[in-house]
Design a protein. Structure first.
Length: 185
């Protein structure tokens, strides 16, 4: 019997490395998706708070005493839409304003950092679902618009380890607070 030794080659060593790199791609994409959704939410809230001059005029910011919800809920809703009757009367209500800012600034910041992704993702999904409902009837499609894509993305983030990728999720889950209250993960 002949003893045959197979020496490792560059190809043999490169394959596991390539496989590891391929396995990391979905995680990195989750991290990128999380950061993109977080920026969409965070920018919306910061613009309302500080009047950064894009969607909110500088003089109509929260820091100047304006409501972040009044403009959209009073003038942005279609009076013929089925959400108008429910949403128009709550325009400018302090509780609605606080919930709006929690949904944009709070969830946006949590998603950006990768901490509290479950609760932030669920909050973002609820917020985007309400925006979808408020947009009826849709102008360009009978059912689907960008809000439903954001709902799907937020739910994917909420039920995945998205905070671990390009974020502080692993560290966050190791804190005593999150170990005690697992729903904060």
């Amino acid at each position: 019997m002949t003893d045959v030794t197979i020496a490792p080659t560059d190809t043999a060593h490169a394959t596991p490395r390539r496989e590891r790199a391929k396995a990391q791609v979905p995680g990195v994409l989750l991290g990128v998706l999380r950061i993109a959704l977080s920026w969409q939410l965070l920018w919306s809230g910061l613009d309302k708070v500080f009047g950064l001059g894009l969607a909110t005029e500088p003089g109509k910011a929260v820091i100047n005493g304006f409501s972040p919800t009044r403009g959209y809920l009073e003038f942005g809703l279609d009076p013929a839409g089925f959400a108008f009757g429910a949403l128009h009367p709550i325009a400018g209500h302090p509780v609605v304003d606080v919930l709006f800012l929690l949904g944009t600034v709070g969830a946006g910041l949590a998603l950006l950092l990768g901490v509290g992704v479950r609760i932030a993702g669920l909050g973002a999904a609820a917020f985007m679902l309400l925006l979808w409902v408020s947009a009826f009837p849709l102008a360009n499609n009978p059912f689907l618009d960008e809000h439903l894509f954001a709902v799907a993305a937020a739910l994917l983030l909420a039920f995945s380890p998205a905070g671990d990728h390009l974020g502080l999720g692993r560290w966050w889950r190791s804190t005593p607070l999150v170990k005690r209250f697992g729903w904060l993960a």
